[in-house]
Design a protein around this ligand. Structure first.
Ligand code: NAD
Length: 490
C-alpha cells in the first residue's frame, strides 16, 4: 500500500470542500453538505458543500464577467496559459492520481498510467490545435467578399458523471476554454474531488479568476438551474440517457446547443479467425478497466460458434486471476465499484439476469472485501432478450452469445438502441472493415477495444448521444460560434 502524499492528504482533509468561483473557494448560502466515501473500505473521506440555484447564479455571473478578458486574449496567449496548466498537472501528477484513486476507487496504477497523463495530453492537444485553427474562413462566391467568422459562445455549462471525473472534465472543458469560452462545471456529487483540485491549479497556472468555476451538488439542485440559466449559452452533459434527455429538453426550450455523451452497451464481434490470445487479453481488460465502469466498453460478446468454447474457457481463466484490491495498493489490477448504491445496482442486474434464464459462466464473488464496494468479474450467457444483454450494467461483467453468420451478428448487435462503441475481431481485414461499417455506433474498432487518441473523434449516436463528441478538431469548432460576414461587390 502506498503512503498518501502529504498534499493529497491535506487536500482531502479539508472539510467541507467548497464551491469555486471568482478564482477561490466559496461557501455559498446553504449550510448543507454531502459525504464523500472511500469505495475501498466504505469509510468517509470528506464532506462537500451542496449548492442550489443561488450558487449556480454566482458561478455563472463569475464566468460571465471573466468572459470579456479571456475571450479577448489571443489563441497564443491562452495556449501559453494552458501549457502552464498542463505543466502544473505534470508536477502534481502523483497528488492528482492519489486523489482520483481514493475518490473513485480506481487502481493507482491506472490513474498514474492513464487518467492523469491522458488528461494532461488533452490540454496540450487543444492548446496547440487552437493556435493552428483559423477563426476566419474566406469564401469564394461570385461578386461577393465573404467569410465565416468564428467566435466563442460565452459561458458554457458542463455536467459530469462519476466514472472518469478528471478525464471527462478535461475532455469537456479544455476545448471550450481553448476556444475562448468560460465554464461552469457541476461534477458528480459522488466523485467531486479532482475537479476541485484542478480549479486550484488553474489559478496557479495564471488562468484568470472566473474562467473556471465549480458548483457542487446533485442534478435537481444544481444541474437543472445550470441548464436553465439565461447566461449559459451552451451545455454539455455526460451521463445517463435519462438525465441527458432532461438536460436536452431544457436546452431545447431555450434553443441553446447541447452536447450529449451518454451510456452504451458495446459489442465485440469475434469471428472464427480471431487472434484469441489478443482478444482474451483485451476483452478481459475491457471489463476490468475501471471495474467495468466505462461507457464504451464491450459488454456483449458475440463469439463465433467455432471458437466459443475455447474463448470462454480461456477468458474465465484470465478473469479468475485478476488481482482485486484497494485503490492505493500498487498490486491491484481492479478496484471496487465507485459507490455502495452502484454495487447494489450491479448485483441486482446479475440476479435479474439469472431470473430471466441467463446461465452463469463465471460467478461474482459478492463478499469480496465486504466493507468496500467490491464485486469480482462475472460472465453470463443466454438469450438476446435477457436484461443483462440489453441494458447498461456498468460493472465488471459481459454477456456472451454465439453466432454463425456475419449478417446475423450485425442484426443482433444493432438490435438495441445504444450506439456508442463496438469492435470487430478477424484476421480478414476486408471483412472486419465491412462489418465495422454496418455496426451502429459512433466508434468502431478493429482487433482492439477502447481505442482513444487525440485527433480521433469520439462520440455516440442513437441513445448514446449527439451534438459532436470529444477529442478531435471538430470538438474545438463545436465551441466556436460560426457567423457569416458578406459584402456584395458593386
Ligand atoms: P447520471 O446521469 O445519473 O449523472 C450524471 C450527472 O448528471 C451527475 O453530475 C448528476 O448529478 C447530474 N444529473 C442528474 N440528473 C440531472 C438532471 N435532471 N439535470 C441535470 N443534471 C443531472 O449518470 P452517472 O450515474 O453519474 O454516470 C453513469 C452514466 O454516464 C452511464 O450511463 C455512462 O455510460 C455514462 N457515461 C457516458 C460517457 C460518454 O462519453 N458517452 C462517459 C462516461 C459516462
Amino acid at each position: 500500500m502506498i503512503t498518501l502524499h502529504e498534499k493529497a492528504a491535506q487536500f482531502i482533509a479539508q472539510t467541507p470542500h467548497l464551491h469555486w468561483w471568482n478564482g477561490k473557494p466559496q461557501a455559498g448560502t446553504t449550510s448543507q453538505t454531502s459525504e464523500v466515501f472511500n469505495p475501498a473500505d466504505g469509510s468517509r473521506l470528506t464532506q462537500v458543500a451542496l449548492g442550489g440555484a443561488k450558487e449556480v447564479d454566482e458561478a455563472v455571473q463569475s464566468a460571465h464577467r471573466a468572459f470579456g478578458e479571456w475571450s479577448k486574449l489571443s489563441p497564443q496567449e491562452r495556449s501559453t496559459l494552458m501549457h502552464r496548466f498542463a505543466d502544473l498537472m505534470e508536477e502534481e501528477k502523483e497528488i492528482l492520481a492519489q486523489i482520483e484513486s481514493l475518490d473513485v476507487g480506481k487502481a493507482i496504477t491506472a490513474t498514474r498510467g492513464f487518467d492523469i497523463p491522458f488528461g494532461v495530453e488533452c490540454i496540450r492537444y487543444f492548446a496547440n490545435l487552437s493556435v493552428q485553427t483559423p477563426r476566419d474562413t474566406p469564401l469564394s462566391i461570385a461578386n461577393m467578399e465573404a467569410r465565416i467568422h468564428r467566435s466563442p459562445y460565452g459561458v458554457c455549462g458542463f455536467i459530469f458523471p462519476w466514472n472518469f471525473p478528471y478525464n471527462l472534465l478535461l475532455w469537456g472543458i479544455i476545448p471550450a476554454l481553448a476556444a475562448g469560452n468560460t465554464v461552469v462545471v457541476k461534477p458528480s456529487e459522488v466523485t467531486p474531488l479532482s475537479t476541485l483540485y484542478v480549479a486550484q491549479l488553474a489559478i496557479r497556472a495564471g488562468i484568470p479568476a472566473g474562467v473556471f468555476n465549480v458548483v457542487l451538488g446533485d442534478g435537481p439542485s444544481v444541474g437543472v438551474p445550470l441548464t436553465e440559466h439565461p447566461l449559459v449559452k451552451r451545455m454539455s452533459f455526460t451521463g445517463s440517457g435519462r438525465a441527458g434527455a432532461d438536460v436536452a429538453r431544457r436546452c431545447g426550450q431555450r434553443i441553446i446547443p447541447c452536447k450529449l455523451e451518454l451510456g452504451g452497451k458495446g459489442a465485440a464481434v469475434l469471428f472464427e479467425d480471431t487472434d484469441l490470445e489478443k482478444a482474451v487479453t483485451q476483452l478481459a481488460g475491457a471489463i476490468t478497466f475501471n471495474t467495468g465502469q466505462v461507457c464504451c466498453t464491450a459488454t456483449r460478446w458475440f463469439v463465433h460458434e467455432k471458437i466459443y468454447e475455447e474463448f470462454s474457457r480461456r477468458i474465465v481463466e484470465v478473469l479468475q486471476k485478476v488481482k482485486i484490491g484497494s485503490s492505493l495498493d500498487e498490486a491491484t489490477e481492479m478496484g471496487p465499484l465507485a459507490s455502495a448504491a452502484h454495487k447494489e445496482r450491479v448485483l441486482g442486474y446479475l440476479d435479474q439476469g439469472i431470473q430471466q434464464g441467463a446461465k452463469v459462466v463465471l460467478d461474482a464473488d459478492r463478499k469480496k472485501g465486504s466493507a468496500g464496494y467490491f464485486v469480482s468479474p462475472f460472465l453470463l450467457e443466454g438469450s438476446d432478450e435477457n436484461i443483462c444483454f440489453r441494458e447498461e450494467i456498468f460493472g465488471p461483467t459481459a454477456f456472451m452469445v454465439r453466432f454463425k453468420e456475419e449478417n446475423e451478428a450485425i442484426t443482433r448487435v444493432n438490435s438495441i438502441p445504444y450506439g456508442l462503441a463496438n469492435s470487430v475481431w478477424s484476421q480478414d481485414l476486408v471483412r472486419a472493415n465491412r462489418v465495422a461499417e454496418q455496426l451502429a455506433a459512433g466508434n468502431n474498432w478493429i482487433n482492439a477495444h477502447n481505442v482513444f487518441a487525440y485527433g480521433l473523434p469520439y462520440g455516440g449516436i442513437h441513445q448514446s448521444g449527439f451534438g459532436g463528441g470529444v477529442n478531435s478538431p471538430e470538438t474545438l469548432n463545436d465551441y466556436l460560434l460560426p457567423k457569416t460576414i458578406a459584402r456584395p461587390l458593386d
